[in-house]
Design a protein around this ligand. Structure first.
Ligand code: HEM
Length: 399
């Protein structure tokens, strides 16, 4: 007989000094799932995460976060209503399809030399200049520059993208009113920027991804707002994630000098492995979120339809059933699954994975080549939070 969800454990008390990982491990030690005071169910194992992000008995959240925050209009509401990430079934396919074709593997792979040049351009001038704010000088600008170039937007606009995206993104969670207002204002600014860029490109097509995307969606099922929302999705989904992942990975490498030396010994060979391990060890995504669409049993509990479930990345990526010695940062490990769970799964699996990997790998290669003696100049960076994109702290280094 399956247990009722109301009998599931809650979260344990937080013990002062615990890391996010330790707290979630303590929750997992109580049982395979835990329920919080809002009725959201966290599941911990890699196997349960894979089951829940498959769309056979769950769906993606749509406007639930907006409703829970009492928001019923404005730029952020419109974005969430129109974007692929928060849609399901045919609507999702309509929105994702043209972008998948635009983001075809070959087209992205061709960007690698340009990304490598951008990385060198950011890093080389900082070598030998003393203490450097890694987040502000390298990890933040890089994704903004790359996405600006994918869109064919002028390089000078990258700083505008970066600052507005980091502010706007906060509105994807439940936040205080003043933060929501700011984030909505910045989302509106990004949207009107995109409107201008799209109009310009339609008037004067170029040989770039934006032009090919606009040609592809011409006469299709999406309205104008949706067309812009998928473009904004690239900015929103590709900035904070890549910036946090790069900072956290570099921070881990700095704390593990033998692993850094290995990377420096052969950057091309070890960068992909260092990226995979960095993304696993301290994941930039805390958890995913889904709503169950039918009643089913999971881990001995009866889960009703309509339950919000949050598979935890923090625990799934340290699941001992998948990874040997999961608490060890080891770029030589060979037990990463073929599809890295950090990029999700099912119909919403990250569309920018290939681009993110290129950015992260090329940044590590450039650092290892140009700044092989790089060191920390302050505390290591920490990612914090349990859900969505985790917040990264500052990282001061000497290159
Ligand atoms: C380290 C970097 C990144 C990580 C860890 C990451 C992770 C993820 C995850 C977990 C999802 C699925 C969310 C869910 O299932 O609810 C996702 C979706 C998505 N990502 Fe990424 N991402 C990264 C970088 C990027 C980049 C660079 C881009 C594009 C420029 C991008 C574009 C997208 C888009 C458009 C979606 C929505 C896909 C859909 O709903 O069909 N991501 N990402």
């Amino acid at each position: 007989m399956a247990l009722k969800l109301r009998d599931a454990p809650g979260f344990p008390d937080y013990i002062e000094g615990q890391t996010n990982h330790q707290f979630m491990q303590a929750a997992w030690a109580q049982g395979p799932l835990a329920i919080d005071d809002k009725g959201i169910v966290s599941v911990f194992s890699a196997e349960h995460m894979a089951m829940l992000i498959d769309d056979r008995w769950t769906r993606q959240l749509e406007l639930e976060i907006m409703r829970a925050s009492g928001v019923s209009g404005g730029a952020m509401y419109d974005f969430i209503r129109d974007v692929m990430l928060f849609s399901n079934d045919q609507v999702h396919r309509n929105r994702r399809g043209p972008m998948v074709k635009t983001f075809a593997h070959r087209a992205i792979a061709e960007l690698r030399p340009e990304v490598a040049t951008r990385c060198a351009g950011l890093i080389a001038p900082l070598v030998g200049t003393g203490s450097t704010d890694f987040l502000g000088a390298i990890a933040g600008p890089l994704p903004a520059l790359v996405v600006a170039s994918v869109m064919g937007a002028p390089e000078e606009e990258a700083a505008f993208f970066a600052s507005h995206v980091y502010s706007a993104i906060r509105g994807l969670s439940i936040v205080p009113d003043d933060v929501r207002e700011e984030s909505t204002r910045d989302m509106a600014a990004l949207d009107s920027y995109m409107e201008t860029l799209v109009a310009e490109r339609r008037a004067r097509p170029k040989e770039d991804m934006l032009t090919s995307y606009l040609q592809r969606v011409q006469g299709g099922p999406m309205d104008e707002n949706e067309v812009r929302a998928q473009l904004l999705a690239l900015l929103v989904a590709g900035s904070d994630t890549t910036r946090g992942a790069l900072t956290a990975t570099v921070s881990q490498l700095m704390q593990n000098p033998a692993q850094w030396d290995l990377l420096v010994s052969d950057p091309e060979r070890w960068a992909p492995a260092a990226v995979a391990e960095g993304l696993r060890f301290d994941p930039v995504i805390g958890s995913l979120a889904r709503v169950t669409t039918e009643r089913r049993e999971l881990a001995g509990y009866d889960i009703p339809a309509g339950t919000i479930v949050g598979p935890s990345m923090l625990t799934a990526l340290r699941d001992p059933a998948v990874y040997a010695e999961p608490d060890r940062f080891d770029i030589t490990r060979t037990d990463h699954p073929r599809l890295h769970p950090i990029f999700g799964g099912g119909p919403h699996r990250c569309l920018g994975e290939a681009l993110a990997r290129i950015e992260l790998e090329e940044a590590l290669i450039a650092l290892a080549r140009l700044a092989p003696h790089m060191s920390l100049d302050g505390p290591p960076a920490r990612l914090s939070g349990y859900g969505a994109v985790r917040i990264v702290s500052l990282l001061q280094v000497v290159l």
